[in-house]
Write a protein that binds this ligand. Sequence first.
Ligand code: GLP
Length: 240
Amino acid sequence: MVDKQSAIPIYVQIEELLRERIAEGTYPVNSLIPSERDLSAQFGVSRMTVRQALLNLVKEGLLYREKGRGTFVAEEKMEQPLNGLTSFTEDMKARGFVPGTKLIGFSIVQPDAQIAAKLGLDGEASVYKIIRIRYADNTPMAIERSFLPVGLLPELTEEALQGSLYAYIEQQAHLVIGQATQRMEAALAKLDDAEYLQISLPAAVVLIERISMLDDGRPFEVVRSTYRADRYKFISEIGR
Ligand code: GLP
């Protein structure tokens, strides 16, 4: 239990105790945890101290709050490997989730200079601008804004984009996907993205830009993805 003589602050000890209860399944995923009042009685500490511990666990994404209902245990975050050039569909299936897509934008546009340069296109070439919300078992996980040269995939349809883009590229367009460069950064969700992702502001997100190439070196997509920071952690294997 709580050790009041310890050098470790009491709220940190309470965080640890709650973490253990979550890990052991005493408080299962999506269950309501006891109120601040109950927890302060259980631990023999002030409500302020309990509140601090809960706040930290909410910030960390282990707990979430619902107005007027209380504090709940969050689902475990998705571990997204950074090593392989996989598709969203493959990633979800590998983890036992049903992948879903909502296409909210599909148009043919002239790319701005940055996108054109990244895709190695000259001034004339047009690109598809595709916006998709991606789901795991009906939970929105990410928004993807993709730019692809029309010249490479002249027959791409909205229908094909309801499923896996990579499967379409490989199986319908018979192109071979080679490698990609990714850049990651942290950001705060914008209002429209928060609505798409069903998260309340302020919320942290992870932005990833991927530039992918076919095996012959031709770039085929620039994708700017916005991932929910409360649902993802990123993992890479590193050696020395
Ligand atoms: C990932 C990548 C995107 C890529 C997408 C393809 O999410 N971040 O850059 O376009 O996978 O996924 P799918 O084949 O499921 O459409």
